[in-house]
Design a protein around this ligand. Structure first.
Ligand code: DX5
Ligand code: ZN
Length: 220
């Protein structure tokens, strides 16, 4: 299994964003947390910031929308050229229609579930998506502790993906370190977002390599 590492610029220095993006060029994607202070109690950035990050990044952008009104906003991120656009299941009543719009524009479509959301009702929708994000913290802030009790949910998603013979990436986000990534990989995750453990390290490239090695050694 390939362990994909996606550093989150939420933990980067916002006034040195170009340097922050360049520092993680050895990763698989840059994870971009868009927050609107409605879906989550925090505010980050919007399309203009994502457009500029996209321009300076040599690796793809994985956009994680923690916003309401995704039907209005999500397609715009795909049109900017984001590699993947993930919206929350809790933020729309029409996830399939939105996923199809994102794919039609050319982006990978992602569906995210908060820790308190049962993933079971969404498993039938897996063919409509390219990745499913199991949140391992309550969305809104970096630097929180990994919720190990989400591992059964990760395993449920992995089993459903396997049973359906799909190539849907199973992503985790929140509290990922060289220790917790092992548990997430064992549960079935293959795509790992890491904010503070990458940007809090003195050597971001070294942190990315260490995360990738730790996950690869414990894959299913
Ligand atoms: C949290 C964000 C995460 C965050 C992760 O709501 O979705 O992407 O940046 O940060 P760490 O890795 O520090 O938990
Ligand atoms: Zn995120």
């Amino acid at each position: 299994m390939t362990a994909r590492i996606q550093p989150s610029i939420l933990s980067a220095d916002f006034v040195n964003m170009q340097a922050a993006v360049e520092a993680v060029g050895s990763a698989d994607a840059v994870h971009v947390d868009v927050m609107d202070n409605h879906f989550v109690p925090n505010l980050t950035f919007g399309p203009e910031m994502v457009r500029r990050v996209q321009e300076v990044s040599t690796i793809p952008l994985d956009v994680h929308l923690m916003i309401t009104d995704v039907d209005r906003w999500a397609p715009g991120y795909a049109e900017l050229g984001a590699f993947s656009v993930t919206f929350h299941a809790e933020a729309t009543s029409e996830p399939v229609a939105l996923a199809r719009r994102l794919r039609a524009i050319g982006a990978r479509a992602g569906l995210a579930v908060k820790p308190g959301t049962d993933v079971t009702p969404y498993l039938d929708l897996l063919p409509e998506f390219d990745q499913l994000l199991v949140m391992t913290v309550e969305p809104g802030f970096g630097g929180q502790s990994f919720m190990a009790d989400m591992m059964p949910k990760v395993a449920t998603v992995r089993a459903a993906v396997r049973a359906a013979g799909l190539d849907v990436w199973v992503q985790v986000d929140g509290g990922i370190t060289v220790d917790t990534i092992v548990r997430a990989a064992e549960a079935g995750a293959d795509t790992f977002v890491a904010g503070s453990s990458v940007y809090g390290a003195t050597d971001a490239a070294g942190a990315i390599a260490a995360l990738r090695a730790a996950a690869a050694g414990h894959a299913h």
